[in-house]
Design a binder for this molecule. Structure first.
Ligand SMILES: *[C@@H]1O[C@H](CO)[C@@H](O)[C@H](O)[C@H]1NC(C)=O
Ligand SMILES: *[C@@H]1O[C@H](CO)[C@@H](O)[C@H](O)[C@H]1NC(C)=O
Length: 216
């Protein structure tokens, strides 16, 4: 376990206040129009080498942070397989993190969101796992299966040279909620002691939420 000597490379201070404040701000987001399906999506040019090179039936250019979401929705089981891709945060090089999640409450914010997060550990290994954003100060720790409000499987990460990070996951959507959900996404430039650190609390980082109908 090589988590020990992670030398902080940036003058920390205000930036790292805590994951708390960080993700917290995502909360106040107003609603943004989902990216129009009529547009020729830039996402349609993306291909994936991870996850067995699977193709996805649909994709959306998300309205903030240059992120995209590819997805395959299976109505019969109300599950969706996703590939979330986001550029590395500015200044983070390859040391940042990306996350995507669903807030089953429908609130356009972070608290209550069940997310998948991906980053590079201090020992160089890429890691991705589900995590529960249960407060404005989430631990960002891996969630045990019994802590998940709805099951998430097949979580994996891929680094795309110069283009950021991809997180793969298959989500069993909450029953009786249909196919339309509020989703939330995020990127941060730092991981400290193998824990994703606070993202900026201004600009796109607090506006990165939308609604999505996976059946469209
Ligand atoms: C990196 O650390 C993780 C968590 O401790 C461990 O599971 C993984 O095997 C390590 N990888 C390498 C290449 O040492
Ligand atoms: C998405 O659905 C298509 C068509 O059914 C299938 O070929 C592909 O493997 C699926 N991709 C994933 C990631 O499940």
């Amino acid at each position: 376990m090589a988590a020990a000597g992670t030398a902080p490379r940036r003058s920390a201070s205000s930036a790292f206040v805590s994951v708390a404040i960080v993700l917290a701000v995502v909360v106040t987001c107003s609603l943004f129009p989902p990216s129009s399906s009529a547009e020729a999506a830039a996402c349609s040019s993306h291909t994936f080498s991870g996850n067995g090179g699977h193709l996805y039936a649909s994709c959306a250019d998300l309205p903030r942070l240059g992120a995209t979401l590819h997805y395959n929705y299976t109505a019969a089981t109300n599950t969706v397989a996703v590939a979330f891709r986001a550029p590395q945060a500015k200044g983070g090089g390859e040391d940042g993190w990306v996350a995507w999640g669903i807030n089953p409450s429908g609130r356009a914010g972070m608290v209550g969101t069940q997310a998948v997060v991906a980053f590079r550990r201090s020992n160089g290994t890429l890691v991705a796992y589900p995590t529960v954003l249960d407060s404005y100060t989430p631990s960002m720790a891996p969630a045990a299966p019994e802590d998940l409000a709805f099951p998430v499987s097949g979580v994996a990460a891929e680094h795309v040279d110069g283009k950021g990070m991809v997180v793969y996951a298959t989500v069993a959507l909450p029953a009786a909620k249909g196919s339309k959900f509020t989703h939330v996404w995020q990127q941060g430039s730092a991981v400290v002691n193998d824990v994703p650190a606070a993202h900026p609390t201004t600009g796109d980082n607090v506006l990165s939420t939308a609604t999505i109908d996976f059946s469209e």
